[in-house]
Design a protein around this ligand. Structure first.
Ligand code: NAD
Length: 370
C-alpha cells in the first residue's frame, strides 16, 4: 500500500546554561564536572597552539587527576585555522583516540576555538555536549552568548556552522593577563559596540575606566564581562534565530567583516570591527541619527582603546565595497545596515526592522574617505 506518513516531531527544548564569570575558574570547572554537569567522563579538550600550554594542558591534568579521561587536541592558533579542514582534523584525531558519542568537548581558548569546537560538538557522533572555557576578552564579550558556532570559508567568515548551545561557559578574567595588548584592544571593540547599541551607561563607564581597563584592573574587567553578557543575552533571548532584533548585534560588522576578509586577517576581528564602527557612525551622521559630537565620542573611545579607525593603506577599498555583498543582511542584492541612534540605542526603521537598505554610493563614499 502506498501513502504518506506524517512524522510528528514537535520539540520542546531547554537549552538553558550558566555563564560563570570569575578569576581563575579551573577548580570550579572540575568541581562542576564532579557534581555531574555532564553525564560523561571522557573529555576532549580542544584548544589552539598558544592556549595549549597556558590553560588547556593544566585543565587536562586536573581532569586526569580527578579520575576523568582527557586528551588535548590543539590546532595552530589564529583565524586561519577556523576552517572545515581543521574541523576534520580535530574529528579524525578524536576518533583515532577512541572518542565516540560518550564524550564531552571542552573548548579552551578564544572565539576561534569556541566557534570551531562548538561546531565539532554539534556534528561529532551526531552531537555531543560541549563546555566553553573562554580565555579572551573577545570570546567573553561576544562568542560566549548566542550559541552560534561556525568555521570560515575562502569566500567569507562564519559561513558554515550551526546553532549549538554549550552546557556551561566559564569566563576566566584572570586569563586576560597573558593576552597580547592587541588582543585586549580587539576585545574592547565588541564591548564598545555593545555600549553603542544598547547602553549609554556602559559607554560612559568605558569612557571613565578605559585606562584601568587597558591595564586589566580586576573590577573593571569583571564589570564589562558581565555587561557584555547581559546586553548580548537580552538581545539574543528575544530573538534566538536572528530574525530581526538580533541583527542589531551586527552594528559595525557590515564594513568590519569586509575589511577583515580583504585584509586577509592581518587585522584582528576587533580591529576590523573598530573600522566598521567608524564607518557606521559616519553613516548614522549622514542619515541624521548622530551628531558630530556623538560621532567623535565613539571614534575617540575606539582610539583610546588603541583601535584603528581608518582603513590601512594596504587594503584595496574597491575590494572592500565588493565584499560588502557577502554580508548576511544583503537582501535582493541590496546592502542593508544597522544604524545607531545617538549613543546607546539603535534605529528601528519600522516595527521589528533594524537594518535599512543603503545605496552602494553612500557607503562607498564613506569607505573611500575613511
Ligand atoms: N560565536 C559568536 O557569536 C562569535 C562572536 C564574536 C566573535 N566570534 C569569533 O571569535 C573569533 C575571534 O575571537 P578571539 O579574538 O578570541 O580569537 P582567537 O581565539 O584567535 O584568540 C586570539 C589569539 O589569542 C590567543 N589567546 C587566547 N587566549 C589567550 C590567553 N589567555 N593568553 C594569551 N593568548 C591567548 C589565541 O591563541 C589567538 O592567537 C572570530 O573567529 C570570530 O568570528 C564568534
Amino acid at each position: 500500500m502506498m501513502g504518506n506518513f506524517q512524522v510528528e516531531l514537535k520539540r520542546v527544548v531547554d537549552d538553558s546554561y550558566e555563564i560563570e564569570i570569575g578569576f581563575g575558574l579551573v577548580d570550579k570547572l572540575i568541581a562542576d564536572l564532579q557534581s555531574g554537569l555532564v553525564k560523561v567522563n571522557k573529555f576532549a579538550v580542544v584548544t589552539d597552539s598558544t592556549v595549549e600550554g597556558l590553560y588547556a594542558v593544566p585543565i587536562a591534568e586536573k581532569l586526569l587527576a580527578a579520575g576523568f579521561r582527557a586528551d588535548v587536541f590543539a590546532f595552530p592558533a589564529g583565524e586561519k585555522s577556523k576552517t572545515r579542514a581543521t574541523k576534520e582534523w580535530v574529528e579524525d584525531a578524536m576518533l583515532e583516540k577512541g572518542y565516540r558519542r560518550d564524550c564531552c568537548i571542552i573548548a579552551v581558548g578564544g572565539g576561534v576555538v569556541t566557534d570551531l569546537a562548538g561546531f565539532v560538538a554539534g556534528t561529532f557522533g551526531r552531537g555531543v555536549p560541549f563546555i566553553n572555557y573562554a580565555t579572551t576578552l573577545l570570546a567573553a564579550a561576544d562568542a560566549s552568548v548566542g550559541g552560534k558556532t561556525a568555521v570560515d570559508t575562502p569566500l567569507a567568515t562564519n559561513l558554515i556552522g550551526l546553532f549549538n548551545q554549550p552546557k556551561k561557559v566559564y569566563i576566566d578574567v584572570a586569563a586576560w593577563k597573558t593576552l597580547p595588548a592587541r588582543q585586549v584592544s580587539s576585545g574592547l571593540a565588541e564591548t564598545i559596540k555593545h555600549a553603542c547599541l544598547a547602553s549609554r551607561e556602559l559607554f560612559d563607564y568605558l569612557d571613565a575606566h578605559m585606562d584601568g581597563l587597558m591595564k586589566l584592573e580586576k573590577d573593571a574587567c569583571e564589570y564589562i564581562a558581565h555587561e557584555n553578557c547581559r546586553i548580548k543575552y537580552e538581545v539574543v533571548m528575544q530573538d534566538e534565530r536572528e530574525s530581526g532584533l538580533r541583527e542589531v548585534l551586527n552594528l559595525g560588522h557590515t564594513v568590519g567583516r569586509a575589511v577583515e576578509t580583504v585584509s586577509d586577517y592581518r587585522l584582528l576581528h576587533g580591529e576590523a570591527l573598530a573600522i566598521g564602527l567608524a564607518a557606521e557612525v559616519k553613516l548614522a551622521g549622514k542619515m541624521g541619527y548622530m551628531t558630530e559630537e556623538e560621532q567623535q565620542a565613539v571614534i575617540g573611545l575606539l582610539k583610546r582603546a588603541d583601535l584603528p579607525v581608518t582603513i590601512p593603506a594596504y587594503i584595496d577599498r574597491e575590494a572592500v565595497v565588493k565584499k560588502l555583498y557577502t554580508d548576511k543582511k544583503v537582501k535582493n542584492g541590496r546592502l542593508r545596515f544597522v544604524v545607531q541612534n545617538g549613543i546607546g540605542s539603535i534605529v528601528e526603521f519600522s516595527e521589528g526592522v533594524f537594518a535599512a537598505p543603503i545605496e552602494e554610493e553612500v557607503i562607498r563614499d564613506i569607505i573611500m574617505k575613511l
